[in-house]
Every structure is written in structure tokens, then in C-alpha cells.
Design a binder for this molecule. Structure first.
Ligand code: PMP
Length: 390
């Protein structure tokens, strides 16, 4: 039944349908766009393109309403229980979003002697903004200690016991990641909340979860959600910060500090509409099943080493915690060479250190990431190509 649901959705991606010999397996880097998103771009640019919050003629009003409506759309997509008090700020992506929280909120949340906890082994985008903010505050005489959000090697998740050891009464902020961009692990954000208590703001890098699974700010109990529109079926140069109300300042009064990426925002609204209509729960089930197929196949081949979750967990639970991406190495073939070989079979994958901030960064690997348009046949085809290289 899920296959019957998926087929017409796949047919809505023109770039996929237009390239029958190629298989796109790099959605974690950026997503392909379904027809309604492309149509929304065309419609906006050909019917009402104007700057927002400036003119008083119909196109300008339409654009202003588009941007304001998009804030509400992001809130409803995230299941925001209190949209009157929260705010949404559009950015060019997750990197700028995290920098925005670090630059514009963090100074209001911290005083001399405070501590923040941030992930040293996630994406570079979720480390450098916090270190930069610390240095900026230090120049103003506010000393903030940055502590490392600890990992549990066995699960790939944050380690709740070690987390208790790095947090304390001076902890004022935690930056975490929802789904890890190399290990594909769904991080247990609930446990972070349990450990730090209700008062400490948690900022979630949701770059790899928005569009892949239902994300509910109420369920997660987080204070900031930062994501990239372009990884969630919208245009490049789009992204958003959702901020829970009454925690720090509103960034830019009214949110109008310059010309927003209006066409990108139009694409984001269309993408969120499309994802919701398709059903993020069903997208999750589809891609988790494909990822399990791939991980199982890799596990059966000695030539490959899957990164993350290496010990103690049974294969079943390991697969369950892995979302729509798998990263691995061939024990004898350099990852970039493997990428070239796979492309000769039509498979487009990511190779390199994956912008990872932690220690594994320097060693290359291949990342396969999936979205709703991918199929079991594509995964089987990839596994056959990988098997032929053993
Ligand atoms: N965080 C994570 C977890 C990511 O996977 C990425 C993109 N690879 C980013 C941040 C940065 O996103 P962007 O390039 O859209 O700013």
C-alpha cells in the first residue's frame, strides 16, 4: 500500500522522471523539487513579484501577505501550540539560522560565568557560531564556558549520563542536532530536556529532519528549531528559525530588516504544503524502510564498514534509530574513487568528510541519503553495484 502511495509522488519530481538512468542519493545535501514547488515559483514570479512590506499596490501587498503567511505556515508545520508568542525568521539556510540564534539571541540569554553545551561532533554549522559568539561576548567582558555535548559511541546518540556531568546550575543553553548528518541517528532530544530541566533553552538543528519525519516543537519541547528549506524540497537560499515566545528578544522588529527572499519563501510554503499533503509520517516510514534495506545489505558485505552505532545494539534497533541516510567506507577503495565508480553506474552519492566538526571529519566516506522519490529498486541496484566491488 505504501508503494501505491509513493509512485504518484515520485512522478511529481521532473528532474527524477527526466533522468531514468540516474539515481539521486544525495538529498541530505540538497533535495530535488516536486512540480508544485516549481509551479509556485513560476506563479509568484509571473503574477505578483514585488518587494515586501513596502509598496501599497496589489503585488506588494500580495508579497507582504505571502511572507507573513509563510511565518504562520512554518509554525503550523511545526505543530506550534502557541503561535501568538513564537516567531519565525527567514534565513538562507541552517548555517545562517544557527548563526542568527548565536548572534542575536545568545547575548541576551547569557551573563558572565554562564555555560553553554554544544555538539563538537555534529555539523560544522552547529559549532562555529557558538564559539564565535563566545569570543564576541568575551570581548565585551562576558566570559562564557563552552562545554562539549557528549556522545555515546554505542548508540551514536548523545550520552545522557555524560550530559548530566557537563551540565549544572550555570548551564543556560544547549545546542543539539535532531538527526545526525553522517550517522543518520535520530538524537534523543527528550533526554536532553530531562537532564537540563524545563528552564534551559534548547536549540535544535533540524536540517536533516524537516521533511523527513514529523517534527513537533511541542513534542520535542525545544526553544529554537533551525532548518534549511532547500533540504525540505524548497529552493536554495531558503531556511528558517522558529523561536518559542518570551525567550530573548525578537530579532528584527516585525522581521523586516531588508528584502526577504520572497520567491524562496513562496517555494518554502509550497514545499511545506506538499510535504504535509504527502504525509511526513508516511515519508518517514518509506525512507526508514529503504535505509534499513541498505544498511542490512551493507552489513552482509565484509568490504564495507558502516559509520556510527557500531557496538552493543542489535541490528534491529540500530536500523530503527537510523533515518534516511547511511554513511560507509569500502575497506580497500578510497571514498572519492568509490563515488566516481558509483556514478559510472548512475548513482549520485556524497563523498568526503561531510562538513563534520568532530574527529571523524578527516577520513573520507560515502553518504547515501534518501527521500520520498527513492525506491527499493534503486537501493537494490546500488547494493548490486557495491557487491560487484567486493
Ligand atoms: N546542519 C546539518 C545537520 C546539516 O546536515 C547541514 C547541511 N549539510 C547544515 C547544518 C548546513 O545547512 P545549510 O548548508 O543549508 O546552511
Amino acid at each position: 500500500a505504501l508503494a501505491d502511495w509513493q509512485r504518484p509522488l515520485r512522478a511529481q519530481f521532473p528532474i527524477i522522471e527526466g533522468h531514468p538512468g540516474l539515481v539521486y542519493l544525495d538529498s541530505a545535501a540538497t533535495s530535488q523539487k516536486p512540480r508544485p514547488v516549481l509551479d509556485a515559483v513560476q506563479t509568484y514570479l509571473t503574477t505578483s513579484n514585488a518587494n515586501a512590506a513596502r509598496g501599497s499596490y496589489p503585488w506588494a501587498n500580495t508579497t507582504t501577505a505571502l511572507v507573513e503567511g509563510a511565518r504562520e505556515r512554518v509554525k503550523s508545520f511545526l505543530g506550534d501550540p502557541d503561535p501568538e508568542r513564537s516567531s519565525v525568521h527567514f534565513t538562507s539556510g541552517t548555517t545562517e539560522g544557527l548563526r542568527t540564534v548565536a548572534r542575536d539571541w545568545l547575548p541576551f540569554l547569557l551573563v558572565d560565568g554562564d555555560e553553554i553545551v554544544v555538539p563538537f561532533a555534529d555539523h560544522q554549522a552547529n559549532l562555529s557560531p557558538w564559539l564565535e559568539a563566545r569570543d564576541l561576548l568575551a570581548r565585551r567582558g562576558v566570559r562564557v564556558r563552552v562545554r562539549e555535548l557528549p556522545y555515546q559511541a554505542s548508540s551514536g546518540d548523545y550520552d545522557p549520563r555524560a550530559l548530566a556531568a557537563v551540565t549544572g546550575p550555570r548551564t543556560r543553553f544547549v545546542a543539539a542536532t535532531h538527526v545526525h548528518h553522517v550517522y543518520g541517528v535520530d538524537m534523543n532530544v527528550h533526554r536532553i530536556r530531562q537532564v537540563v530541566g524545563p528552564q534551559v533553552p534548547i536549540c535544535l538543528d533540524a536540517a536533516q529532519s524537516i521533511g523527513h519525519l514529523p517534527v513537533s516543537v511541542a513534542g520535542l519541547d525545544v526553544d529554537f528549531v533551525v532548518f534549511s528549506g532547500h533540504k525540505a524540497l524548497a529552493l536554495p537560499g531558503t531556511g528558517a528559525v522558529w523561536a518559542r515566545g518570551l525567550r530573548g528578544p525578537r530579532l528584527r522588529p516585525g522581521g523586516w530588516s531588508g528584502t526577504p527572499n520572497t520567491v524562496g519563501i513562496a517555494s518554502l510554503v509550497a514545499a511545506l504544503d506538499w510535504l504535509e499533503a504527502a504525509g511526513t509520517g508516511r515519508i518517514e516510514r518509506w525512507t526508514v524502510a529503504l535505509t534499513a534495506l541498505l544498511t542490512d545489505g551493507l552489513d552482509r558485505m565484509d568490504a564495507y564498514e558502516v559509520l556510527g552505532c557500531r557496538t552493543s545494539l542489535s541490528a534491529g534497533s540500530r536500523v530503527q534509530r537510523r533515518r534516511s541516510l547511511v554513511t560507509f567506507r569500502h575497506r580497500g577503495i578510497d571514498s572519492r574513487d568509490l563515488g566516481f565508480i558509483l556514478f559510472s553506474h548512475g548513482f549520485m552519492v556524497r563523498t568526503d568528510g561531510h562538513c563534520q566538526a568532530g574527529r571523524a571529519a578527516q577520513e573520507g566516506s560515502v553518504r547515501v541519503s534518501l527521500h520520498v522519490h527513492n525506491t527499493p529498486e534503486e537501493v537494490e541496484g546500488l547494493l548490486s553495484a557495491l557487491a560487484s566491488l567486493q
